[in-house]
Design a protein around this ligand. Structure first.
Ligand code: MG
Length: 258
């Protein structure tokens, strides 16, 4: 074998080892960093995990303020470890603002509820409060157990935008849960929307809003849009709806920033 042959066969050997090296191994797609932070789960999936910010644990409203007069302590009723709407005092919202988050909140329509349609156990969770009154993005709270109304305004709806996938309401007097993933909208410098808000909602553990893309903040009359909607992190707001039915209660409210 002359030098040319030697070089030729060496090249073939080198080539085949390259091919062998190029063959994928399981380890090629197995990563060890970054390591996800350790979180201790709650006793049940309804209990706050270790990295949650507890917004209401039955004791006080230190995390809440009046929406129309921020800085004023929230004046809803705390008794027997639950929070009950004070319709006369108005909406309340968190002192702290949030961007993207996971929220758990429990609510109960009173067993003796009266009224019908939107005037029967109406409240709401504004996923991002945009200031006074009902400005913001409302996840509807309503007695929808046996109570007809427009379907994009029933419990589990993103009010006047998205109908819940199913009606999984419990009877008045029973506690119900919402578990929400909120992805806040982002905006360009000129206030036009860059990425719209998205939301996923589980009602009593059942998926009712599957990563829906919101059209803008809730609009009572007319089409929602992001016109001049630019804002950053925002409080989470609870609605004191101005109807005459008996007021709702809330408990066990916690949030995880994402
Ligand atoms: Mg409402």
């Amino acid at each position: 074998m002359n030098i040319k042959h030697t070089l030729f066969f060496s090249a073939i050997l080198a080539g085949s080892s390259l091919i062998a090296n190029a063959q994928a191994k399981p380890q090629d797609t197995e990563f060890y960093t970054p390591v996800p932070p350790v979180v201790t789960p709650g006793k049940t999936n309804a209990d706050a995990p270790s990295d949650a910010i507890v917004l209401f644990d039955g004791k006080n409203l230190d995390q809440w303020t009046m929406t129309d007069n921020r800085g004023t302590p929230a004046s809803w009723t705390v008794a027997d470890a639950i929070l009950t709407v004070n319709k006369r005092s108005g909406n309340i919202e968190t002192v702290k603002s949030f961007g993207n988050y996971q929220l758990h909140i429990e609510w109960r329509v009173p067993a003796n509820i009266t009224g019908e349609g939107q005037a029967r156990g109406n409240s709401g969770v504004f996923l991002a409060s945009l200031g006074k009154g009902d400005a913001g993005y409302e996840l509807q709270v309503l007695d929808s157990y046996n109570n007809k109304t427009y379907v994009n305004g029933q419990a589990g709806s993103i009010y006047k935008q998205f109908v819940p996938l199913v009606n999984v309401s419990k009877a008045p007097g029973e506690w119900q849960t919402y578990d929400v993933v909120w992805i806040a909208p982002t905006f360009n410098d000129d206030t036009t929307v860059k990425t719209p808000a998205r939301v996923t909602v589980f009602h009593n553990g059942v998926l009712v809003q599957n990563n829906v893309t919101l059209l803008g903040p809730t609009q009572y009359i007319g089409q929602a849009s992001y016109t001049n909607a630019k804002f950053g992190p925002a409080p989470i707001k609870l609605q004191a709806h101005g109807d005459r039915s008996e007021p709702l209660s809330f408990r066990n409210i916690w949030v995880r920033e994402l």
